[in-house]
Design a binder for this molecule. Structure first.
Ligand SMILES: [Cu+2]
Length: 354
């Protein structure tokens, strides 16, 4: 609301200034009232072009300086570095081209500004030039796209047989996540939203008749993952489009009602290790400094914060979308086994409810 009011006030001030300059102009007698730009106008606009060039360079540098530290930092999955280098190479290329082309664009606008008596040269075309400015982007873009496709294929190559993977279902609904572990047999039992039975605590519709489902384990609070172990996620959605987004692992996949989508990664950094990562330590300090200020002002959201991995929803799925998240704990295989041991299987859950 404050932002809206500020914008309105700024707009009104701008209109007032504009109107005042008009009055000022009208009150001047014997001045050049011509609507045609003269040399002075052209010169001013030429310099303004330069000014704008400096402005966009400065704002780029400032953005890096001010917000460079909110980037994602150390990747926590095996494919993370591969993904990051694709991103970094693309961004470096974009920045390079942007810096060069903007400089040329504004320099030419300045150099060839209008001047009395100066006539534009009629220059129809130049095949050599056109060839150069077509072939360079073609080669660059083809390279990027091929590199991207190779990366995509290697990330999306989900082999169920290879590498002793754990199968986990991520179940999305407005507005929370549930995780289902496949249990001893590592096979998820059949499930369907029509089978949901809240009275029996069957919250994600596991088929009671399917023997594969009996040992499945549903977690409603945390998603635990063993470090160094390949995980295959199967995503399901109960209601609308959601997107399972695990930024620290460079993973995202849409959850689509009526179908199962999947994604796989191997976590490489435990939660404890990530808390000690220098980038992360700095980030946490920065956030806690802001929170300390909030605490001093008596605001809420002021408790000291400790880093945890998160599973977020990255599709705007409704009013509480912003808060649709689940804590992820990456730990050693032993800790993971111990945690899983403490959870009820589907069979036990049903028995308890009866
Ligand atoms: Cu959502």
């Amino acid at each position: 609301m404050t932002a809206l009011l500020t914008i309105i006030v700024l707009l009104l001030v701008a209109i007032a200034i504009w109107q005042m300059t008009k009055i000022f102009e009208l009150s001047q007698v014997n001045t050049d009232n011509s609507q045609v730009a003269n040399d002075k106008d052209n010169k001013l606009n030429g310099y303004l072009m330069f000014g704008f060039l400096i402005f966009i360079y400065l704002i780029t540098i400032y953005s890096f300086w001010a917000w460079g530290d909110v980037l994602l930092g150390t990747p926590a999955s095996e494919h993370g570095p591969e993904y990051d280098s694709l991103m970094n190479i693309s961004m470096a290329l974009i920045f390079f081209v942007q810096i060069v082309t903007q400089a040329l664009l504004h320099w030419f606008a300045y150099k060839y500004k209008g001047q009395k008596g100066k006539k534009a040269l009629f220059y129809a075309d130049n095949d050599k030039l056109e060839f150069i400015w077509t072939i360079i982007p073609v080669i660059t873009l083809a390279g990027l796209i091929i590199y991207g496709l190779f990366t995509w294929t290697s990330l999306m190559d989900i082999d169920q047989e290879e590498g002793d993977p754990i199968i986990i279902e991520l179940y999305a609904q407005q507005f929370n996540w549930k995780a289902r572990y496949a249990g001893e047999d590592n096979v998820l039992g059949q499930a369907n939203v029509r089978l949901i039975d809240i009275n029996k605590n069957n919250v994600i519709g596991i088929d009671e008749a399917d023997s594969y489902g009996q040992d499945d384990i549903v977690s409603q609070s945390e998603l635990h993952l063993p470090v160094g172990r390949k995980i295959i996620f199967k995503m399901r959605s109960q209601d609308v489009l959601h997107s399972a987004y695990m930024p620290h692992f460079r993973a995202q996949m849409n959850c689509v009602p009526g179908m199962i989508t999947q994604f796989s990664f191997t976590p490489t950094v435990t939660t404890e290790e990530m808390r000690m990562d220098p980038d992360m330590v700095q980030k946490v300090q920065k956030i806690n400094k802001i929170r300390a200020e909030r605490r001093a002002n008596g605001d809420d959201n002021a408790d000291a914060w400790e880093f945890d991995y998160v599973l977020l929803c990255n599709k705007i799925c409704g009013s509480s979308h912003y808060n649709m998240q689940m804590k992820i704990v990456v730990e050693s295989q032993e800790d993971f086994d111990a945690w899983l041991e403490g959870q009820d299987t589907f069979k036990q859950t049903i028995a308890k409810a009866e």
